[in-house]
Ligand binder design. Structure first.
Ligand code: 5GP
Length: 139
């Protein structure tokens, strides 16, 4: 009897996992996931094993590049301790891209976390902005 109940629970747990996986698959359908999968074009300026960077379609500065993790993290809020390497690599990618773009001396890195902060695409990303002067505080 005990064994029977345990088995049922295992099946239910497996079902939950499958549902969770399906949801993550659904979340992967952001426009940025399509760019990662090369399903839609983008002006890619940098790529490594964990990160991808491409020019923003609606640039807010002469240099406006989006730096994204290949892993699906909807917001920085979803990052965990195991994402430490990834988060560090995104920052180092920003430094390399700024150098490559000739703006290493003055650039701004922006991350909007959550709709209230202006996030529209729920695949975590940094905006690398440069080539004009910036005000502070930001709007
Ligand atoms: P957020 O507001 O989420 O921080 O920034 C999203 C950014 O993605 C915006 O700056 C927007 O212009 C950019 N964006 C939206 N759709 C596309 C696209 O299809 N291609 C590219 N390259 N950028 C996009």
């Amino acid at each position: 009897m005990f064994l029977l109940i345990s088995c049922k629970k295992l099946v239910l747990d497996k079902h939950k996992l499958e549902l969770k996986d399906q949801k993550e698959e659904f979340d992967m359908s952001t426009i940025f996931a399509k760019i990662i999968n090369k399903e839609i074009p983008a002006d890619i300026v940098y790529e490594d094993d964990l990160c991808l960077a491409f020019r923003d379609i609606n640039p807010q500065a002469p240099v406006h590049i989006l730096i994204i993790p290949k892993k699906q993290l909807p917001e920085l809020n979803h990052a965990e301790i195991e994402d430490q390497q990834l988060l560090g690599q995104l920052m180092l990618a920003a430094k390399k891209i700024a150098a490559k773009e000739g703006v290493a001396d003055a650039f701004r890195l922006v991350l909007n976390n959550g709709a209230g902060a202006g996030q529209e695409i729920f695949h975590m990303h940094f905006h690398l902005l440069a080539g004009r002067s910036f005000t502070w505080p930001p709007g």
